[in-house]
Design a protein around this ligand. Structure first.
Ligand SMILES: *[C@@H]1O[C@H](CO)[C@@H](O)[C@H](O)[C@H]1NC(C)=O
Ligand SMILES: *[C@@H]1O[C@H](CO)[C@@H](O)[C@H](O)[C@H]1NC(C)=O
Length: 231
């Protein structure tokens, strides 16, 4: 899968500072201005999950076309970047990402720093079709999102949802940790040859967040260099 190989080589961890203070951290691709995955310490975290139409490269191309045409639609990962730069709490991020006018459909996955602040927004370019939200009272202590609408069964040829749910249930809420989550994300086929990187991250525990690049050609994983800081 040449595109996966290419993205593995350019996946980077970036820390964004404002006036000497860490504003947020992100995993993204070198030379790519948007934010795919990021966490803002003690406030919120977001990741972008591809929804159906096109792939990231196609979306970048259509984003450029849209910009050149002077359009009013935002690239999905520029919207997350705006959220990281401007928002300071879960509710404002959910509001921004629910109503943004976008270049492509997407699943926005957002977590906050309070109980039940975890939501998947199912986005078309123009509106939110539905949401999937944590609800501890009814026993919903995790949400799995694997590139398909939550109210539809995953296609038989690409069911990563059920193996992930099974792995989450055997991990159990009492033993939940970022390391445990990382193991869930490492279970095949949740981790497969198309996986570029795996990131586990938390707004409330930013220091324990980590990401690894999955190298599909060498069948090994490489830890992203977390020491390099960029302003
Ligand atoms: C959660 O975020 C809000 C908004 O930024 C902040 O006021 C609050 O102190 C945070 N709570 C914790 C436990 O970090
Ligand atoms: C992933 O790639 C490796 C090496 O090319 C291959 O042996 C393996 O069967 C592939 N796994 C899947 C799930 O396609």
């Amino acid at each position: 899968m040449p595109q996966t190989d290419m993205l593995e080589k350019v996946t980077i961890r970036v820390d964004f500072y404002r006036r000497g203070k860490l504003l947020y951290s992100a995993v993204s691709f070198a030379g790519y201005a948007g934010i795919l995955t990021g966490w803002k310490p003690h406030q919120f975290a977001i990741t972008v999950n591809e929804r159906d139409k096109g792939n990231f490269i196609n979306n970048i191309v259509s984003a450029l076309q849209e910009l050149l045409n002077g359009g009013k639609l935002y690239p999905v990962t520029m919207m997350t970047r705006l959220a990281f730069e401007q928002d300071t709490d879960f509710a404002s991020v959910v509001s921004r990402l629910s109503s943004a006018q976008l270049i492509a459909p997407v699943y926005y996955i957002i977590s906050g720093n309070q109980t039940d602040q975890g939501i998947v927004l199912v986005r078309t370019q123009y509106k939110t079709l539905g949401t999937n939200q944590l609800d501890q009272k009814s026993g919903k202590w995790f949400i799995v999102e694997t590139n398909y609408d939550p109210w539809m069964p995953p296609p038989p040829g690409d069911d990563r949802r059920d193996p992930a749910i099974k792995a989450m249930n055997s991990l159990g809420q009492a033993r939940l940790s970022l390391e445990g989550l990382f193991n869930v994300l490492s279970v095949p086929p949740v981790n497969n040859n198309h996986t570029v990187y795996t990131a586990v991250f938390s707004a409330t525990r930013p220091a324990t967040s980590k990401a690894v690049i999955r190298d599909s050609t060498e069948q090994q994983t490489k830890r992203i260099n977390f020491d390099r800081k960029q302003k």
